[in-house]
Design a protein around this ligand. Sequence first.
Ligand SMILES: [Mg+2]
Length: 165
Amino acid sequence: MIIYPRIYMESVKEITIEFLKNNNIKALILDVDNTILDFDKNMPEGIKEWCEHLKDQGIKFCILSNSNKEEKVKMVAKILNLPYFNLATKPFKRGFKKAINLLEEKEENIAAVGDQIFTDVIGANRCKLYSILVKPIAEKDLLVTKIKRPIENVIIKRYLRKRGK
Ligand SMILES: [Mg+2]
């Protein structure tokens, strides 16, 4: 189903090198807001180390954000030393295609990580990427996101019930 992630995790930090190797994933497309940055633009502890560790193991990264705040996305990209695209218009394919081209890996070897079903997961699934949904970092959300959350929670619950069977 296009609305379901391939896997649901608590945090990006649960994405280990073993997990990536087992699933043949060589590159990660990373969302910013609520995935690696909270509402107050803070990066949770351990994210930088997590990213560095995977980079050392040969995993490629690209940041893909729908945000129109380029300064913010650029700051995150600088901290993690990663290439980035903002104004990505996820779930449309265009932004994902730019990231895929930059990563120079096949779709089946790329995972896209994000906290939203309607942008990150659906976009990744449409592009035949491995979709990883993570729990949003912050409680405070943008209004537009807030409206979508209850619907997303219903989908996640259904997904977890289905997965449990
Ligand atoms: Mg997000």
